[in-house]
Design a protein around this ligand. Structure first.
Ligand code: XMP
Length: 319
């Protein structure tokens, strides 16, 4: 696709022009967007780039290892793996309001980036994988009045005191274009095809208070659900699929005994750009089999529901 090739060359020239001989810090989340941004910037400026991958304790099962291995070992990029699980989970303790969660996480990300930027000589820029829909959705909602639906922590600029300027090379692109650019840059196919994962991570899939116990249960349930989707060959048909753990325990029966465990909700949607979405029409067989597997394989969950809300009126994430 020579159009994407032209876009890539133009983007590389623009990055070189913007940053000159300064150093760039790139927040790497492991998602497609920040990964494509990092590889693009790496092509443009090589070792003037340092990536910071923040483990906020809100990642999926195995995610930190996967991301670090890919970027450090296969791309040979300077990568700081910041284990900040205690910091984030500590500050989120007792927080149940969705916007409060987003704001807390956004602020801590900035603090962590700043801490590392301070140790890197000539660090003058912070790069992010902000996409066009992120920019739009944080100011208005598809044709409706101009209201903030959710604070995307990666939109809206940086605090003045930070003294870093933003580099956002994907700001004009939609998701499918980012994937095409990623392919152009040679990122592995399975990586480019990954479902979107939000910056605030599992925090917004855990309505109510976040606890380590709930996060652990959520990670296990999500891994089983995604495994089911892959085994049935449905992963690429779905825009995004995940489990949300509900802030409620329900009564069940297992063998001879009574259980009193968490309920969870499965979410899967089709979408073109994340701005609108339809729930995915799984077969009842698939849903039944998946519920059985989750309840048998994940201690702590004894009830599984399927979320059949489209967007609008729902959003894709639960918070
Ligand atoms: P919603 O839930 O608003 O999500 O329908 C639309 C798309 O955006 C993702 N999302 C985020 N991505 N930071 C991100 O990087 C965020 O704060 C954020 N909130 C939602 C969501 O996963 C979906 O793909």
């Amino acid at each position: 696709d020579w159009t994407m090739e032209a876009y890539r060359d133009q983007a590389i020239a623009a990055i070189r022009e913007q940053v000159g001989d300064a150093h760039v810090i790139c927040g790497l989340s492991g998602g497609v967007d920040s990964s494509v941004a990092a590889v693009l910037i790496h092509e443009a400026i090589g070792d003037q780039l340092t990536c910071v991958f923040v483990d906020h304790g809100l990642l999926r099962k195995g995610e930190a290892e996967e991301v670090v291995t890919m970027f450090r070992d296969h791309y040979n990029m300077a990568l700081i793996h910041a284990d900040e699980r205690d910091l984030f989970l500590g500050q989120l303790d007792g927080v149940s309001d969705p916007e409060q969660k987003r704001k807390t996480i956004g602020k801590l990300f900035i603090d962590v980036f700043q801490k590392h930027a301070d140790t890197i000589p000539n660090a003058k820029f912070l790069a992010q994988g902000t996409l066009y829909p992120d920019v739009i959705e944080s100011v208005s909602f598809a044709g409706g009045p101009s209201v903030t639906i959710k604070s995307h922590h990666n939109v809206g600029g940086l605090p003045e005191k930070m003294g870093l300027k933003l580099v956002e090379p994907l700001r004009e692109l939609f998701k499918d274009e980012v994937r095409a650019l990623g392919a152009e840059l040679g990122l592995p196919k399975h990586f480019i095809g990954r479902h979107p994962f939000p910056g605030p991570g599992l925090a917004i899939r855990c309505p109510g208070e976040i606890t380590r116990e709930k996060l652990e249960i959520l990670r296990e349930a999500d891994a089983v659900y995604i495994d089911q989707i892959r085994k049935h060959g449905l992963y690429d048909e779905i825009w995004q699929a995940f489990v949300a753990i509900l802030p409620v325990r329900t009564v069940g029966v297992m063998g001879d005994g009574r259980t009193y465990d968490f309920a969870c909700a499965l979410r899967a949607v089709t979408s073109v750009d994340g701005m609108t979405a339809d729930y995915y029409p799984f077969s009842h067989d698939f849903l039944g089999e998946t519920a059985t597997r989750i309840i048998n394989e994940v201690p702590g969950i004894n009830r599984v529901t399927y979320d059949i809300t489209s967007k609008p009126p729902g959003t894709i994430e639960w918070e």
